[in-house]
Design a binder for this molecule. Sequence first.
Ligand SMILES: [Fe+2]
Ligand SMILES: [Fe+2]
Length: 339
Amino acid sequence: MYTQGLDIPKGETSIPLGSGESPEAARFDAIMAADEKIEPKDWMPEGYRKTLIRQISQHAHSEVIGMQPEGNWITRAPSLRRKAILMAKVQDEAGHGLYLYSAAETLGVSRDELVEQLLNGSAKYSSIFNYPTLTWADIGAIGWLVDGAAIMNQIPLCRCSYGPYARAMIRICKEESFHQRQGYELMLSLARGTPEQKAMAQDALNRWWWPSLMMFGPHDTKTDADGMKSQHSEQSMRWRIKRVSNDELRQKFVDVTVPQAEYLGLTVPDPDLKWNAETGHYEFGPIDWEEFKNVVAGNGPCNAKRMKQRRAAHENGAWVRKAALAYAEKRAKRQAAAA
Ligand SMILES: [Fe+2]
Ligand SMILES: [Fe+2]
């Protein structure tokens, strides 16, 4: 899930559906009411535009930073088959970043600006990628749990009100489903392997379970004992950017994933986890929101490392951008001369 911490820009907490003040605003309202799509050239409230730019770019940054914890295992994959799968998966994530930066650009912001916000630390990315990948089993756990949680979050986004974002999400979800399956299949191989391999799979589940549940973001249907409640969900729901609450998505994820862990013969690291036959859902223990806040604030185990590596990659790629620009200029000149 790459959309945690949905942010509404400060001072825009009101609900500016168009309210019929102008024909454009009335049209925006009508499109919302009919559950149709807003397209780039349509009029839209400034808060809607800003919210989308923030969410889509945060999502794009997450795809790009998310390549790091897995990319550093490509050279250590245990077989050619696993290496090919992991390379394809990591490349997909780069592609997701591209679709999403392109979708954000249709809202009138440049990719350069968005990348600058990531590099100077003013834009966020999903906190899940600030955890380390310690063993090969982590690659399985990430595919199974992190991509699994991402799908849960992203399927409703395929129906979001902004056309370019919704269409990008349809492609992304198809690829995420491959990511989830390859992760689960990797976990299955380890779980059926030697006792050491099974222990490695259990250890990865122990470390990735809670951060995966945090990926859905703070509560938005109730306030936790510690006052954790998402600030932004209500407005995004009205704009049909968000369609299902964080808590509902998290519950769905737990309900789907617990039987998968049982099939693997692994134990979910939650002593409070139990099936409730009346509600038809699993009940689970409290989430450590202090940890979440701490990682979002930049103090996770790998925040500094991830940013350092991203900045270095950006600097090392400067010659590619320069060459691409020079080529584009040369081509434009040639075309102008021919015309
Ligand atoms: Fe992705
Ligand atoms: Fe993925």
